[in-house]
Design a protein around this ligand. Structure first.
Ligand SMILES: [Fe+2]
Length: 175
């Protein structure tokens, strides 16, 4: 009984250390590291844009209230789901999601809103935010392609399509 218990306990830590098993998915560690770092920047942009969009959903006022309140809801829900996809891609590459408010502030290329803007300024800010996120996503492509990281290329393509399309839709409100 005691022997069995000992043998079980000696096996358990090894199983727990399974997270330390080397990643061998055919992408060099040097490439995985740079791609994961880029994805952490995209995660920060996505979270910052998510938070800004949700805050605008809450605080928007004026004659466009109904349209913007609902449009922002669709957008923040999409951004929230995207943070999970990006973070889990980083984990699949063997790196950690750098997910704290201080890390997001440091990494994000999207500045926080200065108070509560007027409705059309909210739209302008979100256009800029989606454009910034698109630029961040685009900057990761060269390394992902060099490392034959098709999964990240696919994710980045999806994120680019969303950011470019959302920026267009928001821009169209201002025409
Ligand atoms: Fe709501």
């Amino acid at each position: 009984m005691a022997k069995k218990s000992k043998s079980f306990s000696s096996a358990a830590p090894a199983a727990k250390k399974g997270a330390g098993q080397p990643v061998d998915i055919g992408i060099a560690e040097s490439d995985r590291k740079v791609i994961a770092d880029g994805l952490n920047n995209l995660l920060a942009d996505t979270f910052a844009l998510y938070l800004k969009t949700h805050a605008f959903h809450w605080n928007v006022t004026g004659p466009m209230f109904q349209t913007l309140h609902l449009m922002f809801e669709t957008q923040y829900n999409e951004l929230w789901l995207a943070t999970d996809l990006i973070a889990e891609r980083i984990r699949s590459l063997g790196h950690e999601a750098d997910a704290s408010l201080s890390s997001f502030l440091k990494r994000s290329s999207i500045p926080e809103a200065d108070g509560t803007p007027e409705a059309t300024d909210m739209i302008r800010e979100l256009v800029k935010g989606h454009e910034a996120a698109a630029r961040t996503a685009r900057s990761i492509f060269p390394r992902a392609e060099k490392g034959s990281d098709e999964s990240t290329v696919d994710l980045l393509t999806q994120r680019l399509q969303i950011h470019e399309k959302t920026a267009w839709m928001l821009r169209s409100l201002l025409a």
